[in-house]
Write a protein that binds this ligand. Structure first.
Ligand code: O2Y
Ligand code: MN
Length: 586
């Protein structure tokens, strides 16, 4: 498929290492993928679902000890520990290679090596970066065929270039004790062993598009961010684009595919999804920040997805989708998960493949069960989704889950202050996540598990990007959909109603809305958030726009502690932002 010398040499080295019985190059053709699906059905690796109800859909169950990303076994292997920083696990590259090669050696014996050329971003786009993942899992091939652009066209676009990311995946024995996800940013290399699940093995996603790409972005002057991208079309047909970062459990996929409230729909507003998880952003010829979604599909969490919470996501899963670790309804050979509807199947297998009818109180689907669905299935996928030139970003939005501290929305004072707001991003834990309620977890720019280098250097890179963008920089905001009342109930209705807040954000970007200056930034005047058609009083709105001085004084003390973790590397501009916030709070 290619004469690229660097590709052929690396493949030869991997073959010698893992010693496969057979080698198959993935050309991207439907015939080859169909043959692989048939082969995986034959071995039981995947199950073909009801093709009338769910055409092109399959079910896969992972090993029960392999159901999520493993942050404690994820490593950044830079020459020095300092480069990886205090928030990443680190191993010296030589030690990591030796350990991984020892685990991988001979592990494909009796297995087939699949070689997947893939592109992150539309093939040929100035944003696109290419990779090759070698794997012994058909499940990985089929998922990569949904999540990325794969096949011969990628090798053609790569030509003889050596600029591509090497990815070796070995299932081995799915041994938790020998599971490692290692990144070698200085060698453009990723090695993943002893897992067959999601973010650990679909190497284009978190490993390449965030960890390796963030490192490359700093080196090359662009940004790889853990952000959704959405477009808001007004009744005049003008579309404004927002990129937004949230820690997990903040409704990121729901926001990416938001359904406008009826009053907005009637006026002609539309929301377009460009991406639900990752944004690559570059300064364009016009000096503005442009973004693409480097992925080609959604690896979404199934539980809780339903026709009310996210109809666009659910519709996206109705064809050509792979479901992982959900309930198998044996009556009609379809799938089910908690929160899909109130009718758990009576004749079913749970995510472990055991007989299950829900009567024993256990969950049928794993809480981290997933769908891998093609982006093109999404009813609100943006017409610009496949555009190689990307979309211009007007606003960057950070968010978190805070019961009292953060108001519904505020705007940062300028780019440096916006970077500060991103660096202090935090969510309070819910009982479901940890058992401990209200513990504040800092997750700067939602990149804590995904930044491929020292977090403080990453902040410095953000500040440098702002200097380059100058007055063309997107405006930076923070939102909090999760303010609680005294009974612990959410005050703001969230979901589609969040468009009301996004409208204020866009109006601010266009200089069309006023704001009130507070110590933490600019907060809307309650009258400027449109409540038309919503049963929500302006007084309640005023309540969730309030900034509690005492809580923020406490917050600054916690931020100071958090920054200490990064030592001298915290950029002076951010330390200054903290001091200025403290003095504004006095
Ligand atoms: O557990 C996994 O492997 C998936 S994690 C994931 C999947 C899709 C989008 N985002 C995430 C995440 O952890 O941020
Ligand atoms: Mn994510």
């Amino acid at each position: 498929m290619t004469k690229n010398p660097s590709v052929l040499k690396w493949i030869e080295e991997q073959k010698n290492l893992v010693q496969p019985d057979e080698v198959v190059w993935i050309d991207g053709s439907e015939e080859q993928l169909e043959a692989l699906r048939a082969e995986a059905c034959r071995t039981g690796e995947i199950i073909k679902l009801n093709q009338e109800k769910l055409p092109g859909c399959y079910l896969h169950r992972t090993a029960i000890n392999d159901v999520a990303r493993v942050e404690h076994r994820t490593f950044i292997c830079t020459e020095t520990e300092e480069e990886a920083g205090p928030t990443n696990n680190w191993m010296p590259p030589a030690d990591a290679y030796k350990m991984l090669y020892d685990i991988a050696r001979g592990s494909y014996k009796g297995r087939t090596m699949y070689i997947i050329p893939y592109s992150m971003g539309p093939v040929g786009s100035p944003f696109a970066k290419y990779g090759i993942e070698v794997t012994d899992s058909i499940y990985v091939v089929l998922n990569m065929a949904i999540m990325t652009r794969i096949g011969k066209s990628v090798l053609d676009a790569l030509g003889d270039s050596n600029d591509w990311v090497r990815g070796l995946h070995c299932k081995c024995d799915i041994d938790e004790e020998k599971r490692y996800i290692c990144h070698f940013p200085q060698d453009n290399t990723i090695i993943s062993v002893n897992s067959g699940y999601g973010g650990n093995v679909l190497l284009g996603k978190k490993c390449f598009a965030l960890r390796i790409a963030s490192y490359l972005g700093r080196k090359e002057g662009w940004m790889a961010e853990h952000m959704l991208i959405l477009g808001i079309e007004n009744p005049k047909g003008e579309v404004k684009y927002i990129a937004a970062a949230f820690p997990s459990a903040c409704g990121k996929t729901n926001l990416a595919m938001l359904i406008p409230p009826e009053v907005y729909k009637k006026k002609g507003y539309k929301v377009w999804c460009v991406g639900d998880d990752i944004a690559w952003m570059r300064i364009g010829e016009d000096g503005r920040l442009w973004a693409v979604n480097p992925e080609n599909g959604f690896f979404g969490v199934a539980p809780g997805t339903n026709m009310k919470s996210n109809p666009n996501a659910l519709i996206s899963t109705q064809k050509d989708t792979i479901f992982t670790n959900v309930v198998h309804n044996l009556d009609d050979n379809t799938v089910w998960w908690e929160g899909l509807d109130n009718n758990p199947p009576k004749n079913a297998l749970n995510w472990k493949g055991e007989k299950w009818d829900g009567s024993d109180g256990t969950k049928g689907a794993h809480p981290n069960s997933r769908f891998t669905a093609p982006a093109k299935n999404c009813p609100c996928i943006s017409p610009e989704f496949d555009s190689g030139k990307g979309v211009p970003i007007d606003a960057i939005v950070f968010g978190g889950r805070r019961a009292k501290t953060a108001p519904l929305v505020y705007q940062s004072r300028d780019w440096s202050h916006g970077v500060f707001v991103g660096s202090i991003m935090a969510s309070e834990t819910t009982a479901a996540a940890t058992g401990a309620v209200g513990v504040v977890r800092r997750d700067p720019m939602a990149m804590l598990p995904f930044c491929g280098y020292h977090m403080a250097d990453y902040w410095a890179h953000w500040l440098e990007m702002g200097e380059k963008l100058g007055d063309k920089a997107p405006k930076i905001f923070n939102v909090n959909w999760f303010r609680l009342d005294d009974n612990g109930k959410f005050i703001w209705p969230g979901f589609g109603e969040n468009l009301r807040v996004l409208e204020w954000i866009i109006n601010r970007c266009e200089g069309k809305a006023d704001a009130v200056e507070t110590p933490i930034g600019y907060v809307p005047k309650a009258e400027d958030i449109n409540l038309e058609g919503l049963d929500f009083s302006i007084d309640t709105l005023k309540g969730i726009l309030e900034v509690d001085n005492d809580l923020w004084v406490q917050e600054t003390a916690e931020i100071e502690e958090f920054y200490k973790k990064f030592g001298d590397k915290v950029p002076a501009a951010l330390k200054e932002q903290l001091e200025m916030l403290k003095s504004r709070l006095k």
